[in-house]
Design a protein around this ligand. Sequence first.
Ligand SMILES: *[C@@H]1O[C@H](CO)[C@@H](O)[C@H](O)[C@H]1NC(C)=O
Ligand SMILES: *[C@@H]1O[C@H](CO)[C@@H](O)[C@H](O)[C@H]1NC(C)=O
Ligand SMILES: *[C@@H]1O[C@H](CO)[C@@H](O)[C@H](O)[C@H]1NC(C)=O
Ligand SMILES: *[C@@H]1O[C@H](CO)[C@@H](O)[C@H](O)[C@H]1NC(C)=O
Ligand SMILES: *[C@@H]1O[C@H](CO)[C@@H](O)[C@H](O)[C@H]1NC(C)=O
Ligand SMILES: *[C@@H]1O[C@H](CO)[C@@H](O)[C@H](O)[C@H]1NC(C)=O
Length: 526
Amino acid sequence: MVFKIVVLVHILSSLAIAASQDLNFIYSGFRSTNLSLDGLAQLTSNGLLRLTNETRQQTGHAFYPNPVTFKNSIDGSAFTFSSTFVFAIRPGYATLGGHGMAFVIAPTRGLPGSLPSQHLGLFNGSNNGNQTNHVVAVELDTIRSVDFNDLDDNHVGIDINGIESVRDASAGYYSQLNGKLTNLTLISGQRMQVWIEYDGMEKQLNVTIAPIDVDKPSRPLLSLPRDLSPYLNSNMYIGFSSSTGSAFSSHYVLGWSFKMNGQAEALDISRLPKLPRLGPKKTSKFLTIGLPVLCLSLFFVAVSSVSYGIRRRRKFAEVLEDWELDFGPQRFKYKDLYIATKGFGDKELLGSGGFGRVYKDPQTTHVVGTLGYLAPEHARTGKATTSTDVFAFGAFLLEVASGRRPIQPAEDVILVDWVFARWLGGEILEARDPNLGTEYVAEEMELVLQLGLMCSQSEPAGRPSMRQVVQFLEGDIPLPDISLLRLPKSDLPFSRFDDFAMSYPSSMGKSFSHTSVSESLLSGGR
Ligand SMILES: *[C@@H]1O[C@H](CO)[C@@H](O)[C@H](O)[C@H]1NC(C)=O
Ligand SMILES: *[C@@H]1O[C@H](CO)[C@@H](O)[C@H](O)[C@H]1NC(C)=O
Ligand SMILES: *[C@@H]1O[C@H](CO)[C@@H](O)[C@H](O)[C@H]1NC(C)=O
Ligand SMILES: *[C@@H]1O[C@H](CO)[C@@H](O)[C@H](O)[C@H]1NC(C)=O
Ligand SMILES: *[C@@H]1O[C@H](CO)[C@@H](O)[C@H](O)[C@H]1NC(C)=O
Ligand SMILES: *[C@@H]1O[C@H](CO)[C@@H](O)[C@H](O)[C@H]1NC(C)=O
């Protein structure tokens, strides 16, 4: 008899699961989706969900419009569920944003009566902490609220019925390569991905966050062993909440997927809508993007010749002389380039690819030049030197080795910073071109990437000479201990390309004053 009842309950609960028709959706952008929005939340014309804009002291909510069945109607246990989303937070000021955003499971669409600022649009002064709220949220909090015992101004937290997190940690992720915790800056403006996973059997809620270009780390940042059944109603709404205070950020969601009783579908990053361009347009598009890309293209051709020479195992001295002879003195003026390319018309376009566009000179059919334009001191002094060439060579190495453009205009990623961040995290090999697969020699890749970083320092004195570069590459002399470059995040030794590209300060590094390290780096050998 007892056995029969158990079987019956089992069958019924399976039926209940089936009857709930497990919700499963994936939004790669929100262009034609039916979300329930309130407050500052809006969908942009290209399909971004913008939860807040630059209006102070306001909230913004975006909810999936229909209620979602979260509990087994027979035994009242909470189902397994999983969700992932990609977000970006663009702060109002470079180093100050506010207040944060949250993924939320709530009994109502839109959380009426909730407050902005430190309440994140989730709670208010009278209901905060009340068990009757039935609110479970994962917050990305960018302001430290001492009243609520916030850890810092850059943390991830699990909130149950109140804004005081039951679990929290500074934003970061555990690297797959070495298991080390790598910090993330929520207000960096960069795209990041969050995974929220609840196992109804294990009764455990995991939260993981990672930069957009890093696969989901296997170790979650937060793991809360807790049965969610008492906190959730049978029918709940899911969505996002965000708020601004005296400080404000634009909180964007680029894509979102959710699955009840299973694993949320992976988001295809390439299909997500683009974030808006950053920063004021100081100069024309040609000067900000066109010229550096063009110069890079030209330099590519020049350097190809050099590496061809190296491959033919000529003596180093000859190579360097050839290189200097052939390419060193040939520096194009903007005017000459303009004429050579007939105003950069498409007719003279030889090709476009990883380096942007390559033009030919109609008079000589030669395409040569240097990339020294990109070096920061070139921006100041307007002078190309052998040192700016080394800089350019460094940028070139990172290009080639990482399979990325030096500036990714759509994503505001500065390659040098990006590689340096990988290196700081002790995983410089993660910066390699993903297309290489396993077909590379780790030592060589590491050498090329580290050398690229050394050459791309903003301080000319820190860069090796071209002669040394070739010696490093040939393995004639060992690379100096690059760990001398290990600096606090706020003092990156690398160029920003700022005068040419986006003038937006990323989370990392605001200034580049640091001569001591650079000087000690290469004190000998010159
Ligand atoms: C912010 O968003 C709200 C709602 O979409 C809109 O009414 C308001 O004009 C926006 N403000 C700014 C400064 O963009
Ligand atoms: C959006 O969803 C709501 C709630 O389910 C529904 O009432 C409304 O008709 C839907 N709108 C569109 C355009 O599908
Ligand atoms: C606080 O929020 C609750 C639930 O959303 C709402 O019913 C209540 O009116 C709010 N209280 C105040 C003082 O706004
Ligand atoms: C929690 O909220 C309920 C319903 O809004 C209210 O009756 C109760 O007094 C609140 N409890 C506390 C401790 O504020
Ligand atoms: C990471 O962030 C934590 C908390 O803000 C800080 O204590 C730690 O020093 C940071 N680590 C690095 C490597 O920056
Ligand atoms: C949560 O993380 C723990 C520790 O990594 C893991 O054992 C568990 O399977 C994870 N659970 C879910 C639901 O992802």
